[in-house]
Design a protein around this ligand. Structure first.
Ligand code: SAH
Length: 347
């Protein structure tokens, strides 16, 4: 196993049988070695810094029906909200004064934010804080729409591929298509965004082979960011009684992605912190180098309920920042509040 890990460390690539072998045959010591190598790789590119992003969950209206997601259109129990342009700007203002220089605007696929509205929001944030990066995470759009966001000043776009197994993707997204998801990711790259893909670990029906597909897919796409988190059931969805993904498997996937894409920006996700009180610290120790404290107003936080038990729904932004800062330092890393662009954008 160590030889395989060394090979991955050196070549940033294995074949599918080798990935599968690692996933299925590593013992505790092998896994520790994997983390050692992934942290070494991270240090070569980022030293001991962890980047902070301010997350603004600005709408939980969604026209899609992803089977796992608590804000899916079909969940009639979800209490819906959306924030106005002024509210969003005020949150960024507060975040800016706390030191944030990246704002991640995330939401369901909510057509009430027309292209014109989104462009106005992006432009107004950029006009007020020209040293900030804007990351959007609002799902699948046409290439023209992505281009408008980019021209208005958006810098990055997060769109997890969710799973690279086409069959599993179709099961979990009955009215969506894997091809369109992939089309979106390649359009975003071509337009010039720093692009984030990513997937869930432990999805109902997901096999180790499916996870290998995720690794191969990421190698091919070469995204700048990769969000990896455990699946967590949401009580008001059909998958509400399913088992959640495990911390251990999620950490192994983070470490392997770090070795495959050495300079990628990898968040230690809220979902990881939800299934384990020390999940985010463990994510950093497995190779992650980004955290995304929540800046959303406390009144709406519990409504942005993607899965059960989501953490950080009551503390305000100042508290969240402090708490996360302490967690980062507790595992020997230091907080970096700068824009934290991907290396290719810092040249
Ligand atoms: N509408 C946007 C944002 C989706 S929410 C988009 O399509 O990209 C952000 C991420 O939360 C999703 O990409 C998904 O990977 C994750 N998520 C949703 N439901 C989840 C669940 N039940 N457990 C864990 N992660 C979940």
């Amino acid at each position: 196993m160590k030889l395989l890990i060394d090979k991955l460390f050196k070549n940033h690539e294995l074949d599918s049988d080798e990935y599968l072998k690692l996933l299925q045959k590593m013992n505790h010591q092998d896994v520790e070695y994997l983390y050692q190598q992934s942290c070494k790789t991270k240090a070569m590119h980022y030293g001991d810094t962890v980047f902070m992003r301010g997350l603004v969950e600005f709408t939980n209206y969604c026209k899609q029906n992803c089977e796992y997601c608590g804000i899916r259109a079909g969940n009639k129990k979800a209490e819906r909200y959306r924030l106005s342009q002024d509210e969003i700007i005020n949150i960024c203002k507060m975040g800016y004064s706390l030191g944030f220089r990246t704002f991640v605007l995330q939401g369901g696929e909510d057509d009430s934010y027309t292209d014109e509205k989104m462009v106005a929001i992006i432009k107004s944030i950029k006009a007020a804080f020209n040293d900030c990066a804007i990351t959007l995470s609002i799902g699948e759009k046409s290439r023209e729409t992505y281009q408008k966001y980019f021209d208005a000043g958006a810098d990055r776009y997060l769109l997890r591929h969710e799973t690279a197994s086409k069959e599993l993707y179709q099961k979990l997204h009955p009215k969506m298509s894997f091809e369109n998801r992939v089309r979106c990711l390649y359009d975003l790259k071509e337009i010039g965004f720093q692009v984030g893909a990513g997937f869930m670990v432990g999805l109902p029906g997901q096999t180790d082979n499916d996870l290998v597909q995720d690794l191969l897919f990421l190698k091919q796409l070469q995204p700048q960011m990769v969000g990896i988190g455990p699946f967590i059931p949401h009580v008001d969805t059909a998958l509400g009684m399913e088992k959640a993904g495990t911390v251990d498997k999620t950490l192994i996937m983070i470490a392997m992605v770090r070795l495959i894409l050495p300079d990628a920006l990898l968040p230690s996700t809220t979902a990881l912190g939800t299934i384990d009180p020390k999940g985010r610290e463990k994510g950093l120790l497995a190779g992650a180098n980004v955290v995304m404290p929540n800046l959303s107003p406390t009144e709406v936080r519990s409504k942005y309920s993607l899965y059960d038990g989501k953490i950080c729904t009551s503390d305000d932004a100042t508290k969240c920042l402090k708490c996360i800062g302490q967690r980062i330092k507790s595992v020997g890393y230091s907080v970096d509040m700068s824009r934290g662009d991907h290396a290719e954008w810092r040249k």
